[in-house]
Design a protein around this ligand. Structure first.
Ligand code: BDR
Ligand code: CA
Length: 303
C-alpha cells in the first residue's frame, strides 16, 4: 500500500491524477493539498473538492499556497479554461470541505509522524513542498520519496525553455531539487509522449459512471484547448506520477542531479541536469498501454 500526499493545482490533467490515485486500491491518499498554479488558489481548491466529492472518497483536502515564494504569479488558463476545470458541471457538494489546518502544516505533521512511510506527489508548482522544507528540513529525509511532475530538459511549454510548474515557482523548485530527498521527476520529455487520442476518448465515452463522465467532460475541454493551440493531442502530464507508484518498473530513466535556472532572462525557470549529486530519477519513458489500463481500472472502480 502506497501512502501519499497529493499536492495539486487542479487542472484538467491534475483531475486525472486525482481519479487515478482515488481509484487504485494500491494507493491510500492521506491528504490532498491544493496550491495556486494553473489558476488561483480559490479555484484550484474548489476544483479539487469537486473531484474528490465525485470519487466518493472521504479524504481531507487542505489549502496550500496562494502565491509563489518570490516571483509574480503566472497561470495556465489557456489549457485548463477560466475555472481551471472547464467542462464538467458539479452539483452542490454534500461532504467535501476544506480542512482548517494549512496544507503545509498537514504535510509536515504527516511526514514527521510517519517516517519513511509517506510519498509526496507534487503535480503543480512546488511552493507547498518548498515551504514545508523551509520550515522543517527533515521532511526531505523523513518522506519516503518526492514524485514530481515538472521541468523539461529540452523545450518548454510556457516559455521556449521552461515548463509550467517549474516556471510558476522556480525558487521553490530549486529548494526541492537541492533538498537531498529521494526524488522521481516526470519532466515534459516523458509526459509529452503520453497523449489521449480521439479514439481512446470515444472508448471512455461509451463507459458508464459519474467519475467516468467527469473524466470525459474534462478531456473534451483539454482536447479542444490543445486543438485550438495547434498542439496535437492532449498530454497526460500529472497522472504519470501516480502510475509510477503502482509499478516503477514500467518507467525507464536515469539518475541525475537537477537544478533550476533562476537568473532573469530567457532560461528563467528552466531545469538542467547537474550531476554533482544523483538523487533524482529522471523518467524518460513509460509503458503507455499499461498506463491506460490503470486509468480504465481506476475509473471502473469509482462511482
Ligand atoms: C504542468 O502544467 C500544468 O498546466 C499541468 O497541470 C501540469 O502539471 C505541465 O507543464
Ligand atoms: Ca498540474
Amino acid at each position: 500500500m502506497q501512502r501519499i500526499i497529493l499536492d495539486v493545482d487542479t487542472g484538467l490533467d491534475d483531475a486525472v491524477a486525482l481519479f487515478l490515485a482515488a481509484g487504485l486500491e494500491e494507493i491510500k491518499i492521506e491528504a490532498v493539498i491544493a496550491t495556486a498554479g494553473n489558476v488561483g488558489l480559490d479555484k484550484t481548491l474548489e476544483n479539487t473538492l469537486n473531484i474528490m466529492e465525485t470519487t466518493g472518497l472521504d479524504c481531507p483536502v487542505y489549502a496550500g499556497s496562494a502565491a509563489p515564494l518570490v516571483r509574480v504569479p503566472v497561470e495556465a488558463g489557456d489549457f485548463h479554461g477560466e475555472t481551471g476545470l472547464d467542462g464538467p458541471i458539479f452539483a452542490t457538494r454534500l461532504r467535501q470541505e476544506v480542512q482548517a489546518q494549512s496544507g503545509i502544516d498537514a504535510m509536515i505533521t504527516l511526514v514527521t509522524n510517519n517516517p519513511q512511510e509517506i510519498t509526496i506527489v507534487s503535480v503543480g508548482p512546488l511552493t507547498d513542498l518548498a515551504r514545508a522544507l523551509q520550515r522543517e528540513p527533515a521532511v526531505a529525509s523523513l518522506a519516503k520519496e518526492f514524485v514530481i511532475m515538472g521541468g523539461s530538459f529540452s523545450s518548454g511549454n510556457v516559455t521556449p525553455e521552461a515548463e509550467f510548474n517549474t516556471y510558476a515557482d522556480p525558487e521553490a523548485a530549486k529548494i526541492v531539487f537541492s533538498s537531498g530527498a529521494k526524488i522521481a521527476l516526470f519532466s515534459l520529455d516523458c509526459t509529452r509522449t503520453v497523449t489521449l487520442s480521439a479514439e481512446r476518448l470515444e472508448g471512455f465515452r461509451a463507459k458508464s459512471g459519474r467519475s467516468n463522465e467527469v473524466f470525459v467532460a474534462c478531456m473534451d475541454t483539454y482536447t479542444a484547448n490543445y486543438t485550438k493551440r495547434r498542439q496535437g493531442e492532449p498530454q497526460m502530464h500529472d497522472p504519470l506520477c501516480v502510475a509510477y507508484l503502482i509499478d516503477p518498473s514500467k518507467v525507464s530513466g536515469a539518475y541525475h542531479g537537477v537544478d533550476v535556472i533562476l537568473e532573469e532572462g530567457p532560461s528563467y525557470g528552466k531545469t538542467i541536469k547537474r550531476d554533482t549529486s544523483k538523487n533524482t530519477f529522471v523518467a524518460e519513458s513509460i509503458d503507455i498501454p499499461w498506463f491506460w489500463t490503470l486509468v480504465e481500472r481506476a475509473l471502473a472502480a469509482l462511482p
